[in-house]
Every structure is written in structure tokens, then in C-alpha cells.
Ligand binder design. Structure first.
Ligand SMILES: C[S@@+](CC[C@H](N)C(=O)[O-])C[C@H]1O[C@@H](n2cnc3c(N)ncnc32)[C@H](O)[C@@H]1O
Length: 277
């Protein structure tokens, strides 16, 4: 059977919908992605074709189906301890420094702004539990957000397949912080309760965050245009502690986007701080 291809208008409609609702830019050459992501959705919805799906979307105001389309167009690729070095820097440099500085207040605030299915925020929690057990008694405010409700449900459940835990999770951490659940593994309840998973569109209204010691916004700004990146980085400046740190993905930078940040290079990785003065 020949593959269905959306006509230019319908493809344009989907691109605009996704951009308006999530800021994700789908270049015309990403048409294949639209097709491969939306075909299963159309099928699940009992629709005969992609064109039928777009017709249904066009026929009503923004609702559950539109939301499903936007979520289907997000890329949720992630893994435990992705890129490794940011977590080493966190363990060897940043957390010791922050803990020494905040020993008086005993309060640590962190935000992960594109948590996907949760491997990143849980990797941070494993780092803390393994190397800084004293923080367990601190006021630990750790919020993890994502635009995708489906991903957030997975974060809250903390359940991963064997394949997922094989990607980056050391065996010692698996046996210490997970319980076997059927064919997969679930993060233990104590750890799951430590992270507050909430929906938030980075290009929409922001949650009322406290001042943050550490912000992770990794591998999400690559999908946005420069104006959206500028807006997000400006918003982060408002909530980042003057001594706090921002982590971006390996191919992302504040440079030439927001000059109010300075790059801090430690042990082969980069993080960012708001420039002083
Ligand atoms: C590639 S994953 C990155 C996951 C993790 N930070 C990492 O580096 O492994 C990108 C995530 O960004 C989320 N996302 C995309 N657009 C978003 C938006 N406008 N607001 C919030 N999250 C968004 C997607 O749902 C997806 O889970």
C-alpha cells in the first residue's frame, strides 16, 4: 500500500498547531516525522487517514485531540545519566559547593524543565541519595515539568522496562532504588515522592517557582526558534539564584541568545550562571 502524504495545506495546519501550542518548530522537511507520528494516532482514533485526522482537527476548537497531536509531535528521547559528565560535575563540584553555602538554611531547590519520562530527574535524585545523604533531611524542593501529560504519568509511575534501565543506569543503583514490577522496574516510593511532577508549557504561563539553585533544561530548546529561546532564558534568569546553575543539552548554549549568562566550563562540560553586576 502506498504511504499517505498530507497535502501542503494540511501539513501547514499541523505545523502551525504544534508551533502555536508548544513552540516546537517543524521545518517542512520534517514532514516524514508528522506522518510517522500521526499515523498511529489517526488509527487509534478510528480515523481512516491522516487527512481525516486533520479534517477533524479543523472542524472544532482546540481540544483533547489537538492536544494529542501536539504531544505526539514532541520528541521524548532520554536516558538515565544522559551524557554522564553533567552528573559528574553535579556530584564533584556543584552539589558540594551549594551544600556548603546553604548548610544554614538546609534548603535545596531544583527544577527540571523537560523531564520527558523521568530518567533525568531520577538520575539527579540517585546522585543526591548516593553521595549526599545529609540532604535527605533538608527541605528539598524538586519540581520536574513537561508539556506531555503522557510523559508526566510515566514520570510519576517511575516504571521502566529492562531496555530502559539498561540505558545508563548502573546495576548497583537498580538494585538499591528500584523494585521489580512484572517485566520491568519501578523507582521506590520514597524517591518517587521526592519529586513534584507537574505539567508546564515552557512557551506558556510559568508555574510560580521559588528561587532555584539548579535548573536543568536539557535537549528541549533545540526544538524552538530564537525568540522562544530568548524568552525562556530571560524567564530562567528571574528564578535562578545569583549563585545558581543552569544545565543545557550538549548542543545547546546561551551564547548569542542571551548575553546575561556566563559559561562555566568544568571537567569537560558546560553549565551556565547569570553574570554578576
Ligand atoms: C528530548 S526530551 C529531553 C528529555 C531530557 N531533558 C533529556 O535531556 O534527556 C524533550 C522533552 O521536551 C518536552 N517539550 C517539548 N516542547 C515543550 C514545551 N513547549 N514545554 C515543555 N516541555 C516541552 C517534550 O515533551 C520532551 O519530553
Amino acid at each position: 500500500m502506498e504511504k499517505e502524504v498530507l497535502n501542503t495545506e494540511d501539513l501547514g495546519y499541523v505545523r502551525k498547531l504544534v508551533r502555536t501550542r508548544s513552540a516546537i518548530v517543524l521545518e517542512p522537511e520534517k514532514a516524514y516525522l508528522v506522518h510517522s507520528r500521526l499515523e498511529p494516532l489517526a488509527k487509534n482514533e478510528g480515523l481512516a487517514s491522516l487527512a481525516e485526522l486533520v479534517k477533524k482537527l479543523r472542524s472544532g476548537p482546540y481540544g483533547a485531540l489537538h492536544k494529542k497531536v501536539v504531544e505526539a509531535m514532541t520528541t521524548n528521547e532520554t536516558s538515565f545519566f544522559r551524557d554522564l559528565t553533567p552528573f559528574q560535575v553535579l556530584r564533584e563540584h556543584l552539589l558540594p559547593e551549594i551544600i556548603a553555602r546553604k548548610g544554614g538554611s538546609k534548603r535545596l531547590t531544583m527544577w527540571c524543565g523537560a523531564s520527558s519520562s523521568g530518567q533525568e530527574p531520577y538520575s539527579v535524585m540517585f546522585t543526591i541519595y548516593e553521595h549526599f545523604p545529609e540532604i535527605k533531611d533538608w527541605v528539598l524542593q524538586y519540581t520536574a515539568t513537561d508539556i506531555s501529560e503522557e510523559m508526566l504519568a510515566k514520570c510519576r509511575e517511575g516504571k521502566y522496562s529492562q531496555l530502559e534501565v539498561n540505558r545508563g543506569l548502573p546495576a548497583a543503583l537498580l538494585s538499591k532504588y528500584f523494585v521489580k514490577k512484572g517485566m520491568g522496574w519501578q523507582v521506590n516510593e520514597d524517591l518517587r515522592r521526592r519529586i513534584d511532577f507537574k505539567p508546564m508549557n515552557l512557551a506558556g504561563p510559568w508555574l510560580p517557582f521559588p528561587t532555584m539553585d539548579i535548573v536543568f533544561l536539557r535537549n528541549v530548546m533545540i526544538y524552538f526558534d530564537t525568540d522562544t529561546k530568548k524568552q525562556i532564558l530571560a524567564n530562567i534568569r528571574k528564578i535562578l539564584d545569583p549563585n545558581g546553575y543552569l544545565f543545557l543539552g550538549g548542543s545547546e548554549t546561551t551564547m548569542n541568545v542571551d548575553d546575561h549568562y556566563e559559561r562555566v566550563a568544568i571537567s569537560g562540560t558546560s553549565c551556565y550562571r547569570v553574570k554578576k553586576g
